[in-house]
Design a protein around this ligand. Structure first.
Ligand code: GDP
Length: 474
């Protein structure tokens, strides 16, 4: 309902009334069927063309897989942490020690993801993307490819701002976290201190009686890395990850670039089905036959199964990280859809994308079932951030749950705006301002950034917005 209103640029209330006059009691978040959308739109003198429905049909996202077709798949893991805490060392150590026999040889290129086979015969796929920004940028595009997040923390250092950000980003995505407490071989290593810092942030590790697995490691020497992998697998078991390998492949683009000699080089992660050389791929608004596929060791690969990454050649452009890919049965159809998507994208970039704003909360609540308000708090000193976050959370009522999904000292960054986009949040800055980049991104994504210099003002404004949103008693 709200999307239709946005597309036509009319108040949501009017769309709701139009539905009512058709005998439909709807709320803001309700899905409307194609016929209703057409009828409602005609009330406002709009004609409707269902472009993405056609696309959906052509892509033939098959109905649910039947349970007997689903087989276990490896977990997809992202390692995140503060710079210099050992992310690269850990990923390198894992890939160098878990080389499948016959596949030895140097890594020929960085491809953004790799799959390792452990001694037990189990597999894990690691995404090697540049930090939580990439993770959240993909999520803002609707792609959540990570099953488990490993947060790496150097035990000769503290839980740093970037670590906190990574934790918030993983939590906001609802991804289970395993902590890797690194550099235990160093002089100043103090893992207990890190655990206590985590506890202060309400992340209690298992040996402190909490639910988060943690493992002390040395990424440099390899100490504890096998145990870390076991803990990742344990976490994965709980998730019961499964996929159907026996159908046309679909998945997500991890990264893509133009290589002078080879054309567009794209790394994709297969999520279901099996990808073969020769398949007709549609990725974002690009198409092409899969000409060749490689792993990061440059080994040629003929087919790729669920949760496995691969680098492929053959697309006629570079799709964006987070774009979906599908395998089509006809070349013509693939090109057709790519073309339509391009058109859609052009139209959509003209149309504003409405995210939640403080002013809009009242309206949303009055008409629908808006139940959660996510807030990101940035400020100049820790004390005021804590005070502000606590007071904000206390504003929660039975109807509306207020969540502070991330809080930190420092100016409002692009990564904060991305998190707000991915999690439908508003950003509150206390005695801090957004960076230029953050301001530009917020404008583009229509993220509400509110700046305050008095705590009371911030609380009062959010409170008023929420009171405006209390649904009228019937
Ligand atoms: P990243 O920025 O998180 O990718 O960190 P790197 O993996 O590049 O590591 C930063 C520095 O810490 C490098 O000089 C590493 O050699 C060192 N380092 C990483 N892990 C360990 C460890 O377990 N023990 C010791 N002593 N040094 C480490």
């Amino acid at each position: 309902v709200s999307e239709v209103a946005t597309m036509m640029d009319v108040p949501v209330n009017e769309v709701i009334s139009a539905c009512m006059s058709l005998g439909l009691m709807v709320n803001l978040n309700q899905r409307l069927d194609a016929e209703t959308i057409s009828l409602v739109a005609s009330e406002f003198n709009y004609n409707v063309e269902f472009v993405s429905a056609e696309i959906q049909e052509a892509i033939n996202e098959e109905e649910e897989d039947s349970p007997e077709d689903l087989i276990p798949r490896p977990p997809i893991v992202t390692v995140m942490g503060h710079v210099d805490h050992g992310k690269t060392s850990l990923l390198d150590y894992i890939r160098n020690t878990n080389v499948i026999a016959g596949e030895a040889g140097g890594i020929t290129q960085h491809i953004g993801a790799y799959n390792v086979t452990l001694e037990s015969g189990k597999h894990i796929t690691f995404l090697d993307t540049p930090g939580h920004e990439a993770f959240t940028a993909m999520r803002a595009r609707g792609a959540q490819v990570t099953d488990i997040a490993v947060i790496i923390i150097a035990t000769d250092d503290n839980v740093m701002p970037q670590t906190k950000e990574a934790i918030s980003h993983a939590s906001a995505a609802g991804v289970p976290i395993v902590f890797a407490l690194n550099k235990i071989d160093t002089q100043g290593a103090d893992p207990e201190r890190i655990k206590s810092e985590l506890a202060n942030m309400n992340y209690l590790v298992e040996d402190w009686g909490g639910k988060y697995q943690s493992q002390e490691i040395s990424a440099k020497k390899g100490t504890g890395v096998d145990e870390l992998l076991e803990k990742i697998l344990l976490e994965a078991e709980l998730l019961e990850l499964k996929a159907n390998p026996d159908k046309r492949a679909s998945g997500t683009v991890i990264e893509s670039s133009l290589d002078k000699g080879r054309g567009y080089v794209t790394t994709v992660l297969v999520e279901s089905g099996t990808l073969h050389v020769g398949d007709i791929m549609l990725a974002g608004s690009y198409t092409g036959n899969v000409k060749a596929m490689f792993n990061e060791r440059g080994t040629t690969i003929e087919s790729v199964r669920p949760a496995e990454p691969v680098t492929m050649l053959g697309l006629n452009g570079a799709p964006t990280a987070g774009d979906k890919f599908n395998i089509m049965t006809s070349d013509k159809e693939a090109r057709n859809i790519a073309h339509k998507r391009e058109q859609l994208q052009r139209e959509q970039s003209l149309r504003t994308q409405k995210h939640i704003t403080l002013d809009e909360i009242g309206r949303r609540i009055a008409v629908g079932n808006f139940q959660e308000l996510n807030i990101i708090v940035k400020g100049d000193v820790d004390g005021s951030i804590e005070a502000l976050s606590d007071s904000l959370m206390k504003l929660s009522t039975e109807e509306i749950q207020l969540n502070v999904i991330h809080k930190a000292v420092g100016q409002i960054s692009e990564s904060d705006v991305m998190l707000a986009t991915a999690s439908e949040a508003i950003i509150i800055g206390f005695q801090v301002r957004p960076s230029l980049g953050a301001r530009a991104l917020a404008e583009k994504e229509e993220i509400d950034i509110r700046l305050y210099s008095i705590i009371y003002d911030a609380i009062e404004e959010v409170k008023q917005a929420m009171e405006g949103m209390l649904s009228p008693e019937i």
